[in-house]
Design a protein around this ligand. Structure first.
Ligand SMILES: Nc1ncnc2c1ncn2[C@@H]1O[C@H](COP(=O)(O)OP(=O)(O)OP(=O)(O)O)[C@@H](O)[C@H]1O
Ligand SMILES: [Mg+2]
Length: 273
């Protein structure tokens, strides 16, 4: 299999001069307030950062900007259970390359069950053509465990020359299935897929060569895997579990802080490193 070199979406740009005010949501979020042109990796870009940093806001706006329903699903899904997408999409422009994706999926942990319900609603009408659920592995998603159905969806939908935007795909997955998810990502990328992913998973963000953006109070910055808090806190907790617990549980306000380390490795790691 030959890996395609160019992605479908090169970059996203905030049309800053059109933004009415940077004092109101979503433009007031630091990551959005400082957003200008953001380069995307042709294969896989991760947005990582603390809760509330603005990852979902950004990822959802990118997804809607490239034609997905804000609630998630394929481009054929067009249902709404709530209007949650911010106006950010109205001020965002994506730079597309010459390649056109053959398929796509916007996977949101938050509205995943709404997608499952929508599939059942669509399939309730037998005259409507082939069953939608057959494209998801055949077993109704509500009749599988959260993680089982999530991985079934991933294996069936995140494949081939597609543009895939995922918000916390690890939410339902055990560590073992997160490893399986890495294999799903790799198979799709080998077939020419492009992924844009918001995640907290130190397993998923370890994908070799990925472009990682740290989303925080100072904006969006490329970061090396080993410099992420997700990697450092997980590593330090697992290697010093007793002292971490002793420290945390002896304080009134438990707050995990990773030891300050500065490692200056390249943000892009090849398969060798
Ligand atoms: N509809 C809204 N109106 C006002 N503020 C909002 C709205 N939706 C989200 N926010 C705020 O915007 C900020 C960014 O939220 P967002 O959901 O993008 O964070 P996140 O990085 O995805 O967090 P998490 O890791 O918890 O999923 C948060 O402070 C949140 O409270
Ligand atoms: Mg989020």
């Amino acid at each position: 299999m030959r890996v395609k070199e160019s992605g479908f979406v090169y970059s996203v740009r905030l049309e800053r001069d059109r933004v009415p005010s940077f004092d109101a949501y979503p433009f007031s979020i630091p990551a959005i307030r400082s957003l200008d042109e953001l380069e995307l990796d042709p294969k896989i870009t991760f947005f990582i950062g603390d809760n509330g940093a603005g990852k979902s806001t950004l990822v959802e706006a990118i997804a809607v900007c490239v034609g997905f329903n804000a609630e998630g699903g394929t481009r054929n899904f067009n249902f709404a259970t709530r209007r949650s997408e911010s106006r950010l999409v109205d001020y965002l422009r994506v730079a597309r390359g010459p390649r056109r994706e053959r398929r796509g999926y916007f996977l949101r942990a938050e509205s995943y069950f709404n997608v499952a319900t929508e599939i059942e609603r669509l399939d309730a009408d037998p005259s409507a053509g082939p069953r939608v659920i057959d494209g998801f592995g055949g077993v109704p998603l509500h009749e599988q465990s959260h993680g089982e159905s999530f991985l079934a969806l991933a294996k069936n939908k995140l494949a081939g020359e597609g543009l895939f935007i995922l918000d916390e795909p690890e939410a339902a997955l055990s560590p073992q299935r997160q490893l399986a998810m890495l294999a799903v990502l790799h198979a799709a990328i080998s077939d020419g897929a492009q992924f844009i992913i918001a995640t907290h998973s130190p397993i998923l963000m370890a994908y070799p060569g990925a472009l990682l953006y740290q989303v925080d109070a100072t904006g969006l910055h490329p970061i090396a895997y080993e410099d992420t808090q997700h990697f450092q806190i997980t590593r330090d907790f697992l290697t010093n579990r007793d002292s971490f617990l002793k420290h945390l549980l002896s304080r009134d306000e438990p707050e995990a802080r990773p030891p300050a380390r500065s490692r200056s490795r390249s943000r892009r790691r090849g398969p060798e490193g």
